[in-house]
Design a protein around this ligand. Structure first.
Ligand SMILES: [Ca+2]
Length: 454
């Protein structure tokens, strides 16, 4: 009996080839959709640029070199899929399942580890040399060569030194370093924490260095939403390639806001990573932005209120205004002991710039605020929330009215302080907190907001 079903499936495959799924590769070839083991994949649709794959089950699919330009992958399952060489520009990964995914062209943990290991191995092999000397003087000449593959070397220059050697010494050595103050050789930073759920737990920060020749670079630190992760969040901001992108990872894929399952001290983690970043010479320590989406936005609001003044310059939230726990009685409140109770009062840093973006049809965090049952907390109306922030930063006028500065008049702007505090309301779309149809607008707004503050 057990052979009948596979045989029947095999027959179906042969008789009805048109029902099989296909995908288009980056070179424009249409291929049959197979699993990574070479057998047919059950997904029946066509996959290519602009494909609508919301919720699609593509687990185990061989999508190597697939062209997924601008594809909508919301909530799709790619567990175990092979996306090596795939073109993912503008693809929307929100809520996408990526566990066990095979990647070669985007940032993954194994990519980072490979780079770090290679760098350390090269340093161990070539980073220093030892020579013997005689007669109390060493005339050292060093040929400096360059290579991009460790096999072909080209002379880049020479350096010479005459060194007086103590008569008791028979050896000298030298070590070679690059610019130790540059972040360009660092692929990740970390901060180790212990708390009720973990001991000596390494909180990692992923880093993407910018494609820019500038002497120092602005930093955009991003916090993912609940159930998402640092890799997925990083992928959404790769087009902002003038920034040092830093993606932080929440414990249990979320951030410690009251009822969430993680009890980690995320503010300590965020502050530590930002302070580490500021020690590098090519980091613009005066232009650090902290951006979060949804649960990550709630953590940005906490950081904005609770971290020391000057830790970062720009607070950017996508889909979460303040809760009534965080702002009431004209006062900001924080949870300095992370017990879920917001009972310590704070004053906002007067240097802060704040950008909030929110879809008016957000079905998760309601734009007009109110009690959210599954989170057990009450949100302030999004427009009131930014008004209270502006007032606390010294604004004394009336609440801003909306303007539509873009060709797309579904984006309404509420501005204070000539643009240092801004709220954008996005009309219409419901998915992705009401922001899914505005992907490029959101990136441009973020980039312009940060640039306008310099
Ligand atoms: Ca508390």
């Amino acid at each position: 009996m057990r052979y009948i079903l596979p045989l029947a499936l095999a027959a179906l495959t042969v008789i009805s080839p048109l029902s099989a799924g296909t995908y288009v590769t980056t070179s424009g070839v249409t291929k049959e959709l197979l699993k990574t083991d070479g057998t047919p994949h059950p997904y029946p649709g066509s996959i290519g640029p602009y494909a609508y794959l919301v919720g699609a089950d593509l687990s185990g699919a061989d999508l190597s070199y697939a062209d997924l330009f601008n594809a909508n992958l919301l909530g799709a399952d790619f567990s175990g899929a092979d996306l090596s060489g795939a073109r993912l520009t503008n693809a929307d990964f929100y809520d996408t399942t990526l566990s066990g995914t095979i990647w070669t062209n985007v940032i993954s943990q194994s990519d980072y580890d490979a780079i770090v290991n290679e760098r350390d191995a090269v340093h161990a092999k070539f980073g220093s040399n030892l020579i013997a000397v005689a007669n109390g003087v060493a005339n050292v000449s060093v040929n400096i060569e360059t290579s991009d593959d460790l096999s072909i070397w080209t002379t880049g220059g020479t350096a010479s030194a005459t060194v007086d050697v103590n008569s008791d010494s028979q050896f000298i050595r030298f070590s070679m370093t690059d610019n130790p103050d540059s972040l360009s050789d660092v692929s990740q930073l970390s901060h180790t924490q212990s708390w009720s759920q973990e001991t000596s737990y390494k909180r990692v920060a992923l880093i993407k260095y910018p494609n820019s020749d500038a002497q120092s670079h602005p930093v955009l630190v991003v916090l993912h939403g609940a159930n998402s992760n640092a890799y997925s969040m990083m992928s959404r901001y790769l087009n902002l390639d003038n920034y040092i992108l830093v993606a932080l990872q929440g414990y249990d894929n979320r951030w410690n806001i009251q009822t969430e399952s993680t009890k980690a001290d995320d503010l300590d983690y965020i502050e530590s990573i930002i302070n580490q970043l500021k020690t590098y010479s090519d980091v613009d320590a005066n232009n650090i932005s902290l951006l979060g989406s949804s649960n990550g936005a709630a953590m940005v609001n906490r950081a904005m209120i609770e971290l020391p003044a000057g830790t970062f310059k720009n607070a950017i939230t996508l889909a979460s205004q303040l809760s009534t726990d965080q702002y009431n009685n004209n006062t900001f409140w924080g949870d300095d002991n992370n017990d879920g109770s917001y009972d310590t009062s704070y004053t906002l840093s007067q240097e802060l710039r704040v950008l909030s973006l929110h879809g008016e049809n957000d079905s998760t965090i309601p734009y007009i605020g109110g009690f959210v049952n599954w989170l057990g907390r009450t949100f302030i109306d999004a427009q009131d929330s930014i008004f209270y922030i502006a007032k606390s930063l010294g604004y004394s006028g009336t609440q801003a009215t909306g303007t539509t500065p873009f060709i797309n008049n579904n984006i309404v702007k509420y501005e204070y302080f000539s643009g240092d505090v801004i709220h954008y309301q996005f009309m219409g779309d419901r998915a992705d907190h009401g922001l899914s149809g505005f992907r490029n607008d959101v990136l441009n707004i973020i980039d312009n907001f940060i640039s306008d503050g310099i």
